[in-house]
Design a protein around this ligand. Structure first.
Ligand SMILES: C[S@@+](CC[C@H](N)C(=O)[O-])C[C@H]1O[C@@H](n2cnc3c(N)ncnc32)[C@H](O)[C@@H]1O
Length: 277
């Protein structure tokens, strides 16, 4: 991964096409409702609004129904994502977004009561960064703090690229973003980070004729072109199984709840609530 200023960095370029990206890469209302309920539960128990950390600038989370009195700070390494994607309105009063690394947060010890993120760990290298990330979150969360993350997690039974291609030709893949994720996870058989350039290359081999793909699926050329963000990008994704994430976080966090999603590929996108040990 890069420092957010390199021309090969993924997210600054992605910021411009953000509106074309959809579920499962972005959260659905049901995912947001899971986070809202978890945070509301924390606030009800504490009798006050939380000091909340948002990992990234996901607009759906920044503008969700936060409890009264919430103090929200978002941390994202990309100045472009902060400038183009963090919402100017609809966030809790006084909300801020600052540039920083999740594994070295620019925040004081015990500065937050809750931390939330959408798909954030997939951006980290597994397993080393996951352990550092958990340690850093444990540092900035106060005792009794809560961590709520939607994960992108591969399952025990994995598809091959041939399986995905067969499903595509049979018209059984509903959204282009689900196709990207199925290709990405098929490329992740050994819990090895997947460079996004490999996802683009596998897509090219699977569907070299975009006009055919568009006719088959009714996906617009602009939506299909979101795969082109992956070309020349230095980003690699990780998709460890939920049990592997649980192990990587176990020194600092215990799972309280796993909340399912019911959209296409939702079984690979659970929202997990952890409590700080
Ligand atoms: C939250 S993630 C995943 C996208 C997510 N599904 C969504 O819809 O918001 C994307 C964001 O994470 C940021 N990011 C990735 N790795 C990071 C890191 N190590 N530290 C801080 N920010 C990071 C990127 O700059 C980008 O804005």
């Amino acid at each position: 991964m890069t420092d957010g200023t390199d021309s090969s960095d993924h997210w600054p370029r992605h910021a411009h096409r953000w509106a074309l990206v959809g579920p499962p890469l972005r959260p659905c209302p049901a995912d947001v409702a899971h986070v809202e309920r978890a945070v509301a539960g924390w606030a009800a128990a504490a009798g006050r609004g939380p000091r909340a950390l948002l990992l990234g600038v996901t607009p759906e989370l920044a503008t969700m129904r936060w409890p009264a009195g919430t103090e929200l700070r978002a941390v994202d390494r990309s100045a472009a994502m902060i400038a183009e994607v963090f919402p100017a309105t609809g966030t809790p009063p006084g909300a801020t977004a600052v540039q920083g690394e999740w594994c070295a947060l620019p925040c004081a010890d015990a500065a937050f009561d809750v931390a939330v993120g959408d798909g954030a760990p997939a951006n980290l290298s597994f397993p080393a960064d996951y352990a550092r990330f958990a340690g850093e979150l444990a540092r900035v969360l106060a005792p009794g703090g809560q961590l709520v993350l939607r994960l992108f997690a591969t399952q025990e039974l994995r598809e091959t690229l041939d399986d995905v291609a067969r499903e595509l030709r049979a018209g059984r893949i509903g959204s282009f973003h689900a196709l990207k994720w199925r290709i990405a996870m098929a490329l992740y058989p050994d819990e090895r980070d997947v460079p996004v350039v490999e996802i683009a290359a596998a897509f090219d081999a699977m569907a070299p004729d975009r006009a055919w793909l568009s006719r088959l699926t009714a996906w617009t050329p602009a939506t299909i072109a979101t795969i082109d963000n992956y070309r020349g990008s230095a980003l690699a994704y990780s998709f460890p199984k939920l049990a592997s994430v649980e192990d990587a976080f176990a020194a600092h966090f215990a799972i309280a709840r796993v909340l399912a999603a019911d959209y296409e590929l939702g079984e690979r996108c659970p929202t997990v609530v952890w409590t700080r040990r």
